[in-house]
Design a protein around this ligand. Structure first.
Ligand code: C5J
Length: 226
């Protein structure tokens, strides 16, 4: 077991039973012309975490962690997209509508791809999820159980939506969860800070939050010992 400094207290984990989960680093959320930008958001805020996510991926890969990437995505016929999920966005910018990078949040469309800068490597898992949370309608829990995974390290976007929802789903299923501060972002900086506070409040009611260098130091040491 390894323990690293985190908020509200140390995060202890066994790397052999730990997976890194990178949530929804997709062109649709992070690139100009995508879903996020179409909704009026400043995507440069999200792009700023790309170097940190790259470093986190390199750290996890070097340490031999299972690496999982998620994509928020829907079937082309939208049979897995409840009408309530399409409502809210302006007409022409709804899920399934044609945008500058193809149909919004539809599987196989260019905008649905993971950013090339943080692309999955062969053998890493790609989980297509129709919801905000990574467990809903994905079969992920069974796959993690087969691998004996008990600890999950989170990164990605957006902090208060898909990252937080996935962490809460994981927490309810008994996983011990850690979020890496520099590797997650929101279109609304105050929402990110509020989410970190919510996760770590009440003795870490959802999980723990750590700085990237704490994880790098811990896994680097493990790697050297191996
Ligand atoms: C959103 C996400 N924000 N990946 N999706 O709708 O957080």
């Amino acid at each position: 077991m390894i323990a690293i400094d985190a908020q509200p207290d140390a995060f202890a984990f066994d790397p052999e039973r730990t997976a890194l989960v990178v949530i929804d680093m997709q062109r649709d959320f992070v690139e100009p012309g995508g879903f996020g930008a179409a909704l009026g958001n400043d995507v440069t805020l999200l792009r700023a975490i790309i170097p940190a996510v790259q470093q986190l991926l390199a750290t996890a890969r070097a340490a031999g962690l299972l690496v999982i990437h998620t994509r928020e995505s829907h079937q082309p016929d939208l049979s897995d997209c409840p009408p309530a999920k399409r409502e809210g966005a302006p007409a022409g910018m709804r899920i399934g509508d044609e945008g500058p990078m193809g149909r919004i949040l539809v599987r196989g469309e260019p905008g649905n791809d993971i950013l090339p800068e943080v692309a999955p490597l062969p053998g890493e898992w790609i989980i297509d999820k129709p919801g905000k949370g990574m467990f809903y309608a994905t079969g992920l829990q069974e796959r993690l159980a087969e691998q004996g995974i008990e600890y999950l390290i989170f990164a990605g976007v957006t902090t208060e939506v898909c990252v937080q929802t996935s962490m809460r789903e994981a927490n309810d299923r008994g996983y011990r969860c850690l979020l890496i501060d520099e590797a997650t972002e929101s279109y609304f900086p105050e929402f990110k800070q509020a989410t970190l506070a919510m996760i770590t409040a009440q003795g870490g009611i959802v999980g723990r939050v750590a700085q990237l260098h704490e994880l790098q130091r811990a896994l680097g040491a493990t790697h050297d010992r191996d």
